[in-house]
Design a protein around this ligand. Structure first.
Ligand SMILES: C[S@@+](CC[C@H](N)C(=O)[O-])C[C@H]1O[C@@H](n2cnc3c(N)ncnc32)[C@H](O)[C@@H]1O
Length: 254
């Protein structure tokens, strides 16, 4: 039996790594590192820094793999993603058979938490279900960018007794602000999707590249800070070569 460790390593600060994650990182025989091209080289550097901090010189076999892109032309978004995941599952299955010996453990250092907007868990589940390779996996939680955002702005995710919802920029653009919650965290948004909302209805708490030296944070009524956020996002991208941002929108009650 081969084992895969899906280890949440936090959202950009090496100090996010929990004792449990550090222990799992030390226990791995092989570490699988995604290669997402030059723009995301900073993410690879961060993973290498996490490895150095946790393994303290204990060697690991590092296996870098190319990340398969999603087909650009499609009519059905869900089917497009499912096909993409199936192709990645085949790639991973081959990679595990090739790179991991019987009884060995391989680790993925998952950005933030493995259960939030990350498909590795689902892909591993489908490989295990196929049973072509005897494989087991374990999930080690990490600090997500949504948690790091709330901590940075010193705000609770939800208001007293109220729900909070986590969604994507695409869903916000296409469906508007969800009716079922007053607090909404938006991730995976490259297009300032908050522009689609009525600016005087919301407060925004925004952060880019949390935990990194070029981190930027802004907050205030959406109408007052929306343009400044777009400018700060461009600056953060310029400094780091990539930008990841997350924000919480709260419906104004006044
Ligand atoms: C593929 S999702 C992965 C989320 C991750 N699993 C988590 O728990 O945060 C990537 C998105 O997470 C958010 N994100 C991750 N790290 C971030 C950071 N350091 N600063 C701001 N947003 C971040 C951004 O919305 C980005 O588009």
């Amino acid at each position: 039996m081969r084992k895969i460790l899906l280890i949440g390593v936090g959202a950009g600060d090496v100090r996010h790594v929990t004792f449990q994650a550090a222990e799992a990182i030390c226990a791995a025989d092989v570490v699988f590192l995604p290669d997402k091209g030059a723009e995301k080289a900073g993410l690879r550097e961060h993973r290498l820094a996490v490895l150095a901090a946790c393994r303290k010189g204990k060697p690991a076999r590092l296996v870098t793999f190319a990340v398969r892109g999603r087909a650009k032309a499609f009519s059905d978004y869900r089917a497009n993603v499912e096909d993409w995941h199936a192709a990645i599952a085949r790639d991973y299955e081959e990679m595990f058979a090739r790179e991991l010996g019987e009884g060995e453990a391989g680790a993925f250092l998952i950005w933030g938490d493995p259960t939030l907007y990350d498909s590795t868990l689902r892909i591993l589940d489908s490989i295990c279900a196929r049973k072509a390779l005897a494989l087991d996996y374990e999930v080690i939680p990490g600090i997500s960018s949504a948690q790091a955002l709330c901590a940075r702005h010193k705000i609770a995710l939800n208001e007293i007794g109220e729900p909070a919802l986590i969604t994507t920029g695409r869903r916000l653009r296409e469906g508007g602000f969800p009716a079922c919650a007053d607090s909404v965290v938006v991730m995976l948004d490259g297009e300032a999707s908050f522009d689609a909302l009525a600016v005087d209805g919301f407060d925004i708490y925004w952060s880019a590249n949390l935990g990194r030296p070029e981190e930027a944070s802004l907050k205030g009524p959406l109408g007052a800070v929306g343009d400044a956020i777009k400018a700060a996002r461009a600056v953060a991208r310029e400094k780091a070569g990539f930008v990841m941002d997350v924000y919480l929108l709260r419906r104004r009650k006044d």
